[in-house]
Write a protein that binds this ligand. Structure first.
Ligand code: AP5
Length: 213
């Protein structure tokens, strides 16, 4: 099963993608997590990506495409994947469609997690992220068992650099201009599914699994 998660920053794509990956035994591929791991490890890619991410801008398509096409070659992608944060622009979506078509393949679902902008800033300011494994929590809506510690790997939890309110506003603007057009793109491909992301985490997941069943 090959799934793309769509939605604004903070809509809950990562939260749901991790649950989908666990239920269907497919890898969760988050370009944001891959960039953050590169930043943490001080790689050249990480240094380049950080300059864009800290401003709430997108990393250029050529860097992102090279990274993701390499990731698809790994063995764990044979039975599919859930993509979170990619594609994020029409050129990225077209490159993905083309790469899959070259293998006689296609995506199965594009799941749009719909959350209005006014809910987003609140979610972002309460988010705590694990930079070791990509785990995501919320101090109120989805707290870890032990404050400041990742349930999955025991890593420390931090407020992401790009979750400051002024950067979130920029990310939302970038989302509406560059990423939201993907909803129409995947509607045209006849694989778009919409879910209400304002519900509780478990209820959103139940709605998604009903679609994927
Ligand atoms: P990325 O990491 O992909 O960030 P994003 O798309 O902005 O998404 P987020 O991770 O912020 O949010 P999410 O929807 O996953 O929400 P989450 O589940 O955490 O990208 C970061 C940056 O990297 C980009 O700005 C860009 O610079 C660069 N980048 C990445 N991919 C790129 C690409 N393809 N091309 C170019 N540049 C790229 O949930 C948010 C919070 O809400 C959490 O605290 C969570 O616990 C809570 N929550 C989740 N669901 C619920 C719920 N139902 N109710 C209440 N709270 C909830």
């Amino acid at each position: 099963m090959k799934i793309v998660m769509l939605g604004a920053p903070g809509a809950g794509k990562g939260t749901q993608a991790k649950m989908i990956a666990a239920k269907y035994s497919i890898p969760h591929i988050s370009t944001g997590d891959i960039f953050r791991a590169n930043i943490k490890n001080g790689t050249e890619l990480g240094k380049k990506a950080k300059t864009y991410m800290d401003q709430g801008a997108l990393v250029p398509d050529e860097l992102t495409l090279e990274l993701i096409m390499d990731r698809f070659k790994q063995d764990d992608c044979k039975n599919g994947y859930v993509l979170d944060g990619f594609p994020r622009t029409i050129p990225q979506a077209e490159a993905l469609t083309k790469a899959l078509a070259a293998e006689g393949d296609k995506l199965d679902y594009a799941v749009n997690v719909e959350v209005p902008d006014e809910n987003i800033v609140n979610r972002m300011s309460g988010r705590r992220a694990c930079l070791s494994c990509g785990g995501t929590y919320h101090v109120v809506y989805n707290p870890p068992k032990s404050e400041g510690v990742c349930d999955a790997c025991g890593g420390g939890l931090v407020l992401r650099d790009d979750d400051k309110p002024e950067t979130v506003a920029k990310r939302l603007e970038v989302y509406h201009t560059q990423t939201q057009p993907l909803i129409e793109y995947y509607a045209g491909e006849k694989i778009l599914k919409e879910v209400d992301g304002t519900k509780d985490v478990a209820d959103v997941f139940a709605d998604i699994t009903a679609i994927l069943a």
